[in-house]
Design a binder for this molecule. Structure first.
Ligand SMILES: Cc1cc2nc3c(=O)[nH]c(=O)nc-3n(C[C@H](O)[C@H](O)[C@H](O)COP(=O)(O)OP(=O)(O)OC[C@H]3O[C@@H](n4cnc5c(N)ncnc54)[C@H](O)[C@@H]3O)c2cc1C
Length: 593
């Protein structure tokens, strides 16, 4: 049986020692009163919920899955509904929401740690409320005052959940192909007709009502993405006082049978003249939906991180107990029949890779969450703008770099257990299957890479990348004088120069051949991911060098050294791939592939 213990020690270290979160939050009026003791209390309660209430459901959800009962009725696995209700009753969905809508107004940073823990405990379970939070953010930004008053308190309390309905059978990445129609009914509402597929938590029995955020076309709308509008389509049409009314004509036609996240209902949703309400402006559905998608993309990064953490813990615990073979240096435990498998360098390679990526991911996501707090609440417009630009740059990195690494590391963790890793009872194979979807949905990682290189870097002439590079340069400037930091400063400085250089090279070559961007995108995203992790690991190493007698910090230093020695060299290959251009990819005739 797998186990899970929330990594509170590491969370505190990142928030307090590495990022000085209390100091940063003190500059934001809404969070000025929050100290480490308050944050600790929240984390400890969240940890109990994740460990004791949610984690025991993870294997049940995988085994039992969801059930389609016909006529649009779907139930979640045993125990999911009760845990969902308790999550709401205990106030967790409200944690970082605006007190105006019933929220607790706590920092996004804390909400992120909550999400990491719940994703470690059960990604499939968290998805019933995770998307509600993204719907909340979209409504806060573009909902009418009436929509906000009616729906936000219900989302914040968790009584109602949210979905995002984009995908159709013929239209996934290319949303411009969308066919679902919205006809005005003459009373300010619309009748929506069409079929959406792969809708996460599209139907279930956990919440009392479900708010579907649906993309559709108005009559006469321009072709492509410029003709798409966003609609709010409730499962039950509520009265003005929020009481539940008539059943709307949006129903689950079936649920998908899939590789992982069996506990989450992935639904085909039929809209048969369902009544919907415009959100934002006509034909401006894509920018509106991007509010939800950006939030959800950061959320998917947290899914990968949560799974990687859970897998690492179980693999490390197993490795500490398992004895096989002898050290190449000779027996290390001569009294035992065999040595611990931790004497084998290759087992350490697997575990340290997963540790370095997981703890690096925690540092990155904590920093991005703090930036979000600054973006939302700092009194200085320049600080808000700076945070906004950095978040825009790093959102595809959080989504894709973390989830690619999470799939690789959950796989590594299976390997650590040998054949036992492949056996269901140990739980490791479920982490791999669950992690697999994270690289695909919310825009595949290939699409994230195009977003990063095309929209976030080349389209602004590299301004956002330079902004991030400025942070790295500031660190290098203060660390350069310290001889003990030379092993980190040299490679980090070189990578910073290389990333800026290849971005410029691709920009120039793309003027002659646009395929340069598509060919460079995925290795480029990994380069930026490595730049971010290398910066954070160097900062962690610097803290550790000042604490030579502290075992926890020395563990950080050893992991930083492993990262620089064993993972960062991937950047040499990535640079070569970026520079190789599109020819080797595009030369082959389609029928030969
Ligand atoms: C379990 C699950 C849950 C999901 N939940 C939701 C949900 O809640 N709501 C929702 O609306 N959707 C949901 N989806 C759909 C998901 O977001 C899409 O599957 C995903 O965006 C990819 O679309 P597609 O499957 O149509 O693949 P396609 O778009 O057909 O892509 C196929 C391949 O081509 C690549 N590709 C396509 N276009 C480009 C391009 N322009 N440039 C480079 N590469 C490209 C892709 O990267 C991919 O490798 C879910 C899917 C699954 C499996």
């Amino acid at each position: 049986m797998p186990t899970y213990k929330a990594p509170l020690r590491d969370m505190r270290y990142v928030m307090y020692d590495l990022l000085d979160a209390p100091g940063v939050l003190a500059t934001i009026p809404a969070h000025a009163g929050i100290d480490a003791a308050t944050m600790d209390a929240v984390l400890e309660e969240a940890a109990k919920f994740a460990e004791q209430v949610v984690f025991p459901l993870n294997q049940v959800g995988d085994r039992e899955g969801c059930t389609y009962h016909g006529d649009g009725v779907v139930t979640a696995p045993p125990g999911f509904k009760e845990a969902y209700k308790r999550f709401g009753a205990d106030g967790w969905p409200a944690l970082s929401c605006d007190p105006r809508w019933g929220g607790q107004g706590l920092p996004v940073l804390l909400n992120n740690r909550l999400y990491e823990m719940m994703n470690s405990a059960s990604q499939a379970w968290l998805m019933y409320s995770g998307l509600s939070h993204s719907a909340y953010e979209c409504l806060v930004e573009i909902g009418t005052p009436e929509q906000q008053a009616l729906y936000l308190p219900k989302l914040v309390s968790g009584e109602w959940s949210g979905t995002m309905c984009l995908t159709e059978p013929h239209c996934g990445t290319d949303l411009g192909l969308m066919k679902t129609k919205a006809e005005p009914l003459g009373d300010g509402s619309y009748a929506l007709t069409g079929t959406k597929i792969f809708i996460s938590a599209g139907e279930h029995d956990c919440a009392d009502n479900i708010l579907h955020l649906v993309l559709a076309r108005l009559p006469g709308a321009p072709a492509g993405t410029k003709g798409i509008s966003l609609f709010l389509v409730p499962k039950f049409l509520p009265a003005a006082d929020g009481s539940i009314g008539e059943r709307n004509a949006i129903k689950a036609a079936s649920i998908e049978h899939k590789m992982g996240i069996h506990g989450n209902a992935t639904c085909v949703m039929n809209l048969d003249g369902a009544r919907g309400f415009l959100m934002g402006q006509e034909h401006r559905g894509m920018p509106a939906m991007f509010i939800m998608m950006n939030s959800a993309r950061l959320g998917v990064g947290m899914q990968g991180l949560g799974l990687a953490e859970a897998a690492h813990q179980n693999a490390a615990n197993y490795a500490r107990e398992r004895r096989q073979g002898r050290s190449l240096k000779g027996p290390q435990s001569p009294d035992a029949a065999a040595d611990s498998i931790l004497v084998h360098p290759d087992v350490r390679r697997l575990l340290l890779t997963s540790k370095a990526y997981t703890e690096g991911g925690r540092a990155l996501t904590c920093w991005v969450a703090l930036l979000t707090d600054l973006e939302r609440g700092h009194p200085d417009a320049e600080v808000r703008k700076d945070a906004e630009e950095l978040i825009a740059l790093l959102t595809p990195v959080v989504k894709a770099f973390i989830t690619d690494n999470a799939f690789a590391t959950t796989n590594h963790c299976v390997e650590v257990l040998g054949g036992h890793g492949y056996i269901t009872e140990w739980g490791l194979e479920q982490f791999v299957r669950d992690a697999r979807i994270d690289t695909i949905y919310e825009g595949t990682n290939g699409v994230q890479a195009m977003d990063l290189l095309g929209r976030k870097v080349l389209a602004d002439g590299g301004a956002r990348l330079r902004r991030f590079g400025g942070r790295v340069q500031d660190f290098l400037a203060q660390a350069r004088g310290d001889a003990a930091m030379a092993e980190f400063v040299g490679p980090l400085g070189a990578l910073l120069r290389d990333v800026a250089a290849v971005a410029g090279e691709v920009g120039v070559r793309a003027q002659a051949d646009p395929d340069e961007v598509g060919a460079a995108a995925t290795p480029f995203l990994r380069l930026v991911g490595h730049l971010a992790y290398a910066w954070l690991w160097a900062r962690m190493a610097q803290l550790a060098l000042a604490k030579p007698d502290d075992a926890f910090h020395q563990g950080k230093l050893a992991t930083a050294r492993f990262y620089y020695a064993r993972l960062l060299p991937e950047t040499a290959m990535l640079l070569a791939q970026v520079r190789s251009g599109p020819d080797s990819l595009m030369a082959m005739a389609p029928e030969a592939i």
